[in-house]
Ligand binder design. Sequence first.
Ligand code: HEC
Length: 695
Amino acid sequence: MKQQILAACAAFALTLLSGAASAATVVDDASLGKLDQGGNWLGYGRNYTEQRYSPLEQINAKNVSKLGVAWTLDLPNDRSLTATPLVVDGVMYFNGSYNVVHAVDVRTHKEIWTYDPKTIEHAGDRATIMWDWNRGIAFWKGHVFIATVDGRLISVDAKTGQPAWSVETIDPKNPLFISGAPRVFRDKVIIGNGGTEWGPARGYVTAYDTATGKMAWRFYTVPGNPADGFEDETQAMAAKTWTGEWWKHGGGGTVWHGITYDPEFNRVYIGTGNGSPWNQKMRSPGGGDNLFLCSVVALDADTGKYVWHYQTTPGEAWDYNSNMDIVLTDLKIDGKPVKALLHAPKNGFFYVIDRSTGKLLSAEKFGKVDWAEYIDIKTGRPVERKGARYEDGEELVWPGPFGVHNWPAMSFNPDTGLAYIPSIEMAGMFSDKYTKPKAWESPSFKFDPGVDFLREDGPADWGAAFLRAWDPITQKLRWEVKLPGVWNAGTLTTRGNLVMEGRADGVLVAYAADTGKSLWEMPLGLGISAPPITYEVDGKQYIAQLVGWGGSMTATGGSLSAQHGWAYGAQPRRLVVFELDGKAKLPPMPPKAFAKPLAAPEFTVYAELAKRGSHVWSQSCGMCHGPAGTAGGYAPDLRASPVLLDEKALHAIVFDGALKERGMPQFKNISKDDLEAVRHFIRREARKQNLTPQG
Ligand code: HEC
C-alpha cells in the first residue's frame, strides 16, 4: 500500500514537472476503462464504452468556427481510408489500404515507421473476394494488433514496427476476409471476419493471447452439421432454430464489425451477421429463427461461453445484419438506473437492452422501415409485414441491404444524452425470381447472396442520407440533418457540445451536439468515409481526419457513389489534422472526375453474349467495378477503359494478373468465353450511358 502511494506521488510529481502527457501510458484494462482521460484515443471506439465521446472541450461549440488546418500528411500509396486512428502519447497509429500500418509522430508530422503485411501476396487466389479497406487496429501493452484482409492477426511492436507474432484466423479454403478492428481486454485480443456472399460461411469470433498469439477460445455464431456433433449445448440449442441442411450453406452470422468489451460484467458483446445466403428459402427452407444470426450475443470474456442473446431479426432474409456498433452507457429509465446497451442495426430499429440480463427495454424505428410494423416489447420480437419476405418472388422493402445504419460509426454523448447515427433512406428490391430457390447451390468464390443484387445500376437519387440525433430514453428523434448522397462517414462527439462527421461530398462538418446547428465546415477534396477523432498533445486539442473514399458503397453503389466525382485514382489520399486558428494550407485538390464511357462503334455487341456477360459480371467483377459497369470509385470504370477493346491486354490483366499488385486480382475460375461475354456486356452498358452522359 505504502509503495503504491509512493509510486502515485512520484507519477504526480513527474506530471507536474514535465506536462500532462509525459508519463508513458500503458494501454491495458485500467487505461481503456478510464473514461475521463482525453489526451489519448486508445481503442476503436476510444475506450471500452465504444461511445466515441471525448471529454476534451478546448475546441467547443463557441469557438469551433475558428477551426483551421494544423498539418497534413499525404498518403500516396493508400486508396480506401475508413479507419479510426489511435493516438498514444503523441504517436498516431492507423491502417491504410491493404492493412499497411502507419505510425506518425504528431509533433513532427513525420512517419516513424510503416508496416506492410503484404496482404495481396498472402491472399493468393483469395484476392478475388477482398477489398482494400479496414476500419481499425487495437493497442495493448506496447503492441499494435492488425487484423488483415486475408485473415491474419498480427502483433506489431509499437516502437519499432516489427512483427512479434502472426496467426491465421481463417481457413484459406473459406471465402472469408476481415475488414473490422480487433478489440483487446484482459491480455486477450479478439477478432471475427466477414464475407457471407461468396460461398458457404459459418460465423465465429476467436480470442487470442496478446503476448503469444495462442488461441484462448472460439465461439461459433451458427451451429454446424449435427452429424459432426455440436461443440457445446449452446450450439445444440441454436440448431433447434434451423431447418433443412443449413450447414451446406454455412448459415452465416459472421462477426465483421461490432464487438464491445464490458469490464463491469467481464463480458464481450458481439454483433452477428446476416444469413449465408441472405435468402431464407434456401438457407433454412422450413423457416425458424436461425440463431444466432442478426443478434447481440453476450459471451464470458474469459471462456467465450454463451451468457445471453437478443436477436434483432429472426429468420433474416434481407441482409439485415446486427454488426453495427454496440455502445455501453448508464441510463435512467422511469427513474431506475439501467446498465444499457445501445444498438442501431441495419434493420432500422434502435434497441435499448439491459445488458445485465439481455432483456429488451425498448425498440423504435429511427428511419424508414417497412419490413416490420413494430417490435412487440413483451416478446421482444418484430411483427412483420405480410409480403416482406418476398413470398411471391419479388418485393420492394425498406430498408434495402445497405440498411438504415451501416458500419459508419454511431457515437453517444452522455452530456446531451443523444446517440448520433449516420443513417440511410433506401429501399431494396428483393427478388428470387431468377435465382430459383429450389435449384440454388452455394457459390464458390463468386458473389451470389441468393437474391438478385448488383445486377442493375439505379438512379443517383435512389437513396438519401441523414445524420440523426436520437434520444434512447424517449426513443425519439431530437434533430436530423439531410446529407448529400447515401454513403456518409462515422461520427465523433465531445464535451465541447460538438458532433463532427465527414460527408460523401468531401466536406467535414461540426454541429452543435444539442441542436444540430451547423457551426463549421471545410471541403477536403475527396469523399470522406472514416470517422474523425480528437486528441490532446502538449496541452492542445486537435481533430484528425483520414480522407479516402472507401467502404462497400464505393465499390457496389454504382451511380449512388459515382455522382460525387471521386473516380478511381483521380484524387490524392491524406490525413488532415485541425486546430483552433490553424493556418496551414490544404495541398491542391484536383477537380471532381467522372468516367466517360467509350461508345466504340466498331465493336459489334451480340445481345445473347451481353446477357451472359451480365451474369459473369455480377458474380466476379461488379463487387469492385460496380453494378452494370458503373464504378463508384473503388476501381476503374470499365465502360471507359480502352483495355476492354483490346482482347490481349484484357487477358494479360484478368488471366495473367498483370495488375495483381495493384489490387486487380488474377482470375483462374473464369473461362475465355465468359470474359468475352463480359466485353459484350460492358459495351452494351457503355452505349446506354453514352446517350445520357454523366457529370
Ligand atoms: C477485388 C476487386 C476487383 C475485382 C473483383 C475485379 N477487379 Fe478489375 N480492377 C480492380 C482494381 C483495384 C483495378 C485498378 C488497378 C490499378 O490501379 O491499375 C482494376 C483494374 C481492372 C482493369 C484495368 C482497367 C484499366 O483501364 O486500367 C481491367 C480490365 C479489369 N480490372 C477487369 C476486371 C474484370 C473483367 C473483372 C471480373 C472478372 C474484375 N476486373 C474484377 C479491382 C477488381
